[in-house]
Design a protein around this ligand. Structure first.
Ligand code: BJW
Ligand code: ZN
Length: 237
């Protein structure tokens, strides 16, 4: 085995309570576009400007068209070796936890029973009038989709900028960080809070990062693997 994979295996094998944090990069090799890369563009809109309450208030149809497009892409996407390695790793460590910022559901699809989907899911919708939440897997959606109960405008069941994260999910993440003996961060630019702040809560745990590019977390990492996650983890699956 090459030295990087050997070192990575040694560090990860030693942990009993790992906290694994993932972002869009973990799904990039499944064909799901990231947010801030060059592929984060949709019809010349930047993803970050569409994923906001302001964009939805200004033009719900436009924002729904973007989510509808993303849902159709993700519907055919399959987990890659990075999802599979994480699932296998945590299956052997019942005290470990995965916190994903991704809304694509690919960790679950790879067999991970209880991921913390801290920014919500592409497959849930919430009524802006009566608050009813439901799973909705229709592709394409009627745009804009309306609540079956009250006829109100539906919104995606995701967390936009300025909105609070689901309290139960955040609490699980914070607790896991406090007791973690390893933090493994995969495929996130680590600029969006509060998730980007989780590694700092794990005081003495070594931080390991897998990302082809450096991030604000890199200086604190004991080991930064500069590679694509799926490619790097495939031989370790
Ligand atoms: C690969 C790869 C390969 C490529 N292998 N790697 C503290 C300080 C400053 C600001 C704040 C703060 N606390 C809160 C804020 C404000 C704000 C924030 O963080 N702003 C910063 C941007 C400055 N945060 C919030 O507003 C959050 N809410 C909040 O704090 O509420 C407080 C509150 C309390 C009470 C009442 C009211 C409010 C909410 C944040 C929600 C983020 N939502 C989004 C959209 C989700 C829905 C959707 O998907 O449509 O979440 S934005 C977007 O960014 C999405 C992502 O989950 C998130 C993170 O992006 P991610 O995953 O890191 O993707 P990229 O594209 O940025 O990076 C990909 C990486 O992969 C790159 O590094 C590549 O190199 C790498 N890569 N290929 C491995 N093959
Ligand atoms: Zn309703």
């Amino acid at each position: 085995m090459d030295p990087d994979r050997k070192r990575f295996s040694r560090l990860t094998a030693a942990a009993l309570r790992p906290l694994v944090i993932t972002g869009a990069g973990v799904s990039a090799e499944s064909g799901v576009p990231t947010f801030r890369g060059v592929d984060g563009l949709w019809r010349s809109h930047r993803a970050e400007t569409l994923a906001t309450p302001g964009a939805f208030a200004a033009d719900p149809g436009l924002v729904w068209e973007w989510y509808d497009w993303r849902r159709s892409r993700v519907a055919t996407a399959r987990p890659n070796p990075a999802h599979r390695w994480i699932t296998g790793y945590l299956a052997e460590r019942p005290s470990g936890l995965l916190v994903t910022q991704n809304v694509d559901g690919l960790h679950r699809l790879s067999g991970l029973p209880d991921p913390v989907e801290i920014h919500g899911s592409l497959w849930t919708v919430r009524c802006t009038v009566c608050g009813a939440e439901a799973e909705d897997r229709r592709i394409p959606l009627p745009i804009p989709p309306r609540c079956a109960g009250c006829g109100g405008l539906l919104r995606p069941g995701v967390v936009w900028f300025g909105e609070p994260l689901p309290a139960a999910a955040l609490e699980r993440a914070v607790t896991a960080a406090a007791v973690a003996d390893l933090v493994l961060v995969v495929g996130t630019s680590a600029v969006v809070y509060p998730v980007a702040g989780l590694p700092a809560l794990a005081r003495d745990a070594p931080l390991v990062e897998i990302n082809p590019e450096p991030t604000p977390l890199s200086p604190a990492a004991m080991f930064a693997v500069r590679a694509r996650a799926g490619e790097f983890l495939a031989p370790l699956c």
